[in-house]
Design a protein around this ligand. Structure first.
Ligand code: C5P
Length: 227
């Protein structure tokens, strides 16, 4: 059986991909299936954790033993993650969060016109992962809060490790799971291959295999960093 090294730990995992409404029938979205996030939730439950899974537009069955909260947009995902993160020991942002949203949501369906279509102005979304790092930093500075391990994901196509190291520093997280995308891996496939980078310098490579392999490598590194 699985080690019980996460027993009693409160863990938040976000999974899937956020959708930003353009009008009542259309949205900007992404190809995230939620498989990696669900694998993280399932394996954390198996290792004894109390898991809150914030799911964005995932069609997979709820993992047994996890509390599942649904979110559609980035704003909803942010609310749910920050609420659950307030007393969590670990937060893992596996969701693919839309970087931009349409600046306004049309109340009625946009009609087809004869001429060129109107442009859709975009607004930048808040970076939830960076915000979690800042909240933790603020709490530490006040001598408040409690230690929290923060884990991010990154999908890169080029200079995977160098970009990953830079992102890890920029976002202020403890671990960053870097996926190479584009080689029929990561999005929508049952398999994954990744390098998990740690802020303290560690790097663990997970060879191509089931997404549970990446999840267990993440939990091994997390368990070693919990106080
Ligand atoms: O910057 P990039 O989108 O590559 O970073 C990916 C990581 O940041 C993922 O862990 C993702 O969940 C998180 N993220 C976020 N809020 C955003 C964009 C990404 O939390 N607005």
């Amino acid at each position: 059986g699985a080690p019980r090294d996460l027993a009693g730990r409160r863990i938040v995992v976000s999974a899937g991909g956020t959708r930003e409404a353009i009008d009542p029938v259309r949205y900007i979205g992404n190809r995230s299936s939620g498989l990696q996030g669900y694998s993280l939730a399932r394996t954390a439950v198996a290792r004894g954790a109390e898991v809150t899974l914030v799911a964005a537009n995932v069609t997979l069955p709820d993992p047994a033993g996890a509390t599942v909260v649904q979110a559609e947009s980035t704003a909803e995902l942010r609310e749910a993650v920050l609420a659950a993160a307030a007393d969590a020991d670990v937060v893992v942002m596996a969701a693919a969060v839309a970087d931009f949203r349409p600046s306004t949501r049309h109340e009625s369906k946009i009609k087809k016109t004869d001429g060129e279509p109107e442009a859709i102005p975009l607004t930048k979304n808040p970076d939830i992962l960076a915000e979690l790092g800042e909240l933790r930093g603020d709490a530490r500075a006040r001598g408040a809060g409690h230690p929290q391990v923060i884990v991010g994901f990154a999908a890169e196509t080029d200079d995977v490790l160098a970009n990953g190291r830079a992102k890890l520093a920029r976002k202020g997280c403890d671990l960053l799971v870097v996926n190479q995308v584009g080689r029929d891996l990561a999005f929508g496939t049952p398999d994954n291959a990744a390098t998990v980078l740690a802020a303290d310098g560690d790097a663990v490579e997970v060879k191509r295999g089931p997404k549970d392999d990446v999840a267990d490598a993440v939990w091994d590194l997390v368990a070693a960093r919990l106080v």
